[in-house]
Design a protein around this ligand. Structure first.
Ligand SMILES: Cc1cc2nc3c(=O)[nH]c(=O)nc-3n(C[C@H](O)[C@H](O)[C@H](O)COP(=O)(O)OP(=O)(O)OC[C@H]3O[C@@H](n4cnc5c(N)ncnc54)[C@H](O)[C@@H]3O)c2cc1C
Length: 366
């Protein structure tokens, strides 16, 4: 029997299992994927301050390059933001997630991949274990408590009507392509809000002629695949390009969880809705929430009461305040493209100093 079973081996699950094990709790982390970090997620952006918050030391094998400039383009207008005191890294996510899992393992957590959590095992309304499936084999693994870190959309959560009470629909459509073309050896993260301000494209450079193109859309009928091609052809105007691979595609329609926990179980990471509308700090928030979940559950196990769930919810909502209130998509969705263009024109080429995050930077131009 384990003290804690963590469902999900993404950033929040790795943080939860690492912290649980550090606290001396016997911990099992399961993930349904064939390996941690796979299928390939490729490049995401993390800040130096974010990695510091996560307690993760930089290692060269997953850190691709340091970026000091963000460019934002709307029509003919653009602004260059030079990050004097801040540093962002382009991080190779598959390797980074394996590194995060290795930190959990070093701390003493057991990890099982290719293992799907089907449902919690309940006894008189309390969780006493998790039903797991590895290949054709189904078994019940006993535990004292569960941290669910399964991301935005998981069947496990859909089987838990106690927690998934929709407060309005959450639609996140995103798509990421690794593209080869003439990217002129870019050294900046380039952001292109769509003309209607309901979509956004980002170009994250990799090697000289390779970039990750990310498309996000707020609307139901946003077609990421079609719009990424149109963006490359019409906005970037790269006449000849090839896609090396589809990196990630997520189309989610799920309800916000009304509660972030129940006796014996806490939600962590994307499953809490913490990063809704803004992924600029997605990994960082997910990781920090995983650590908080482990610490809160430990307190609950020590005190023998799950009354502290409300306190946990408060901490998580506070963590998400920055992203919820100032998320880029939320910020720009409230503006029309003309207003946004005018603001960019009046604020082009400015330096950004000081601590903060991506939303703080954008807040200074919006
Ligand atoms: C296209 C795109 C670009 C992004 N760019 C950035 C960026 O530049 N910077 C940034 O900080 N963030 C970015 N994000 C957001 C970031 O990736 C997420 O916020 C973060 O990965 C959330 O971590 P998580 O651990 O909560 O969930 P996830 O990373 O989704 O991990 C959940 C894990 O749980 C597993 N799982 C689910 N259900 C089960 C089950 N029943 N049994 C077993 N395993 C299960 C899944 O296999 C998965 O491995 C981006 C996201 C997308 C989609």
């Amino acid at each position: 029997m384990y003290d804690i079973i963590v469902v999900g081996g993404g950033p929040s699950g790795c943080a939860a299992s690492r912290r649980s094990a550090e606290l001396g709790l016997s911990t099992l982390m399961v993930d349904g994927r064939i390996e941690i970090g796979s299928p390939l997620r490729d490049y995401e952006i993390l800040s130096r301050s974010g990695l510091e918050r996560m307690g993760v030391e930089i290692e060269k094998h997953w850190m691709d390059r340091s970026l000091r400039e963000i460019r934002i383009f709307v029509g003919e207008a653009n602004a260059s933001i030079f990050l004097d005191d801040m540093e962002f890294y382009s991080v190779e996510m598959d390797k980074f997630e394996k590194h995060l899992a290795a930190l959990s393992s070093e701390a003493g957590a057991d990890i099982q991949i290719k293992t799907e959590a089907i449902s919690p095992v309940l006894n008189s309304g309390s969780i006493t274990g998790v039903r797991l499936r590895t290949g054709q084999t189904v078994r019940d693994e006993k535990c004292r408590a569960v941290i669910f870190a399964g991301g935005l959309d998981s069947t496990f959560m859909r089987n838990m009507p106690e927690l998934v009470i929709s407060r309005g629909e959450r639609v996140a459509r995103s798509f990421q392509y690794r593209v080869v073309g003439n990217f002129e050896n870019r050294k900046s993260i380039d952001i292109y809000p769509g003309g209607d301000m309901r979509s956004l494209y980002a170009v994250i450079p990799k090697e000289d002629n390779i970039a990750n193109i990310v498309a996000l859309g707020l609307d139901d009928d946003f077609d990421p695949v079609q719009s990424i091609s149109a963006f490359i052809n019409n906005t970037l105007k790269i006449s000849s390009w090839g896609s090396l691979q589809e990196v990630s595609a997520e189309i989610n329609r799920t309800g916000y969880p009304e509660k972030l926990g129940m006796p014996g179980m806490l939600l962590a990471g994307d499953s809490t809705g913490i990063n809704s509308g803004c992924w600029a700090m997605g990994v960082e928030n997910a990781y920090v929430s995983g650590m908080i979940a482990a610490e809160s559950l430990n307190q609950m196990l020590v005190s023998g009461t799950f009354n502290l769930i409300t306190e946990y919810e408060k901490k998580i909502r506070e963590l998400s305040m920055g992203t919820d209130k100032r998320g880029f998509m939320n910020m720009i969705a409230g503006l029309d493209s003309k207003t946004f263009r005018n603001r960019l024109e009046s604020r082009s080429n400015f330096h950004f100093r000081g601590k903060g995050n991506f939303s703080d930077i954008l807040g200074s131009i919006l």
